[in-house]
Design a protein around this ligand. Sequence first.
Ligand code: 5RP
Length: 218
Amino acid sequence: MSTEKKKLAAAEGALDYIQAGDVIGVGTGSTANYFIDALAGIKGKIDGAVASSEATAKRLKNHGIQVLDLNSVPGLPIYVDGADEATSHRHLIKGGGGALTREKIVAGASEKFICIADDTKLVDTLGAFPLPIEVIPMARSHVARQLVKHGGIPELRDGYKTDNGNLILDVHNLTILNPIDKERELNNIAGVVTVGIFALRPADILVLGGESDLQIIQ
Ligand code: 5RP
């Protein structure tokens, strides 16, 4: 089965977790886009969505799904989003699409985080995918120097600005053996807005599209 079909299967699998009247937190990226398209088919069942990026808000609106401000809801029952890497402990690397900060906020505000991906995203150890880190522009060089001290090789995402007006450093050469400690450590560098490790608030359920079936890890 192609990677795209696996993503689609995972996205459609996430619909099973939605209850009538839910406001859904919605992630960003190609797998999240499949989810948004699938969500459109049951839009009468939900009370709206909170978007993790401008691109996601636009796609939701194009489907006629009401987009709500996170500040206008008391919390979210469910957040559905993709990942760049995931472990069986449900720790993730996210931010390949640059939306990591808003994604982490929406994930943090949600009771249940359903991560949808094709099964090639499942890894033993995080770090082969370059770790995205959102950085305040004036701190770019300082943060990059600190990351080198941590053994990383940071690369500025060329010509890219986040929805929050910041920069992304993609950090190569990291083997993330303890994602919880590494998330805390890198988040503590002055000038870092968010690191793309999602371990302090991991996914609750991984829905992975595979060759023939969905793999559920919880
Ligand atoms: C965006 C993300 C995405 O979830 C991640 O990059 C996976 O994307 P895709 O579903 O296109 O493979 O974190 O910031």
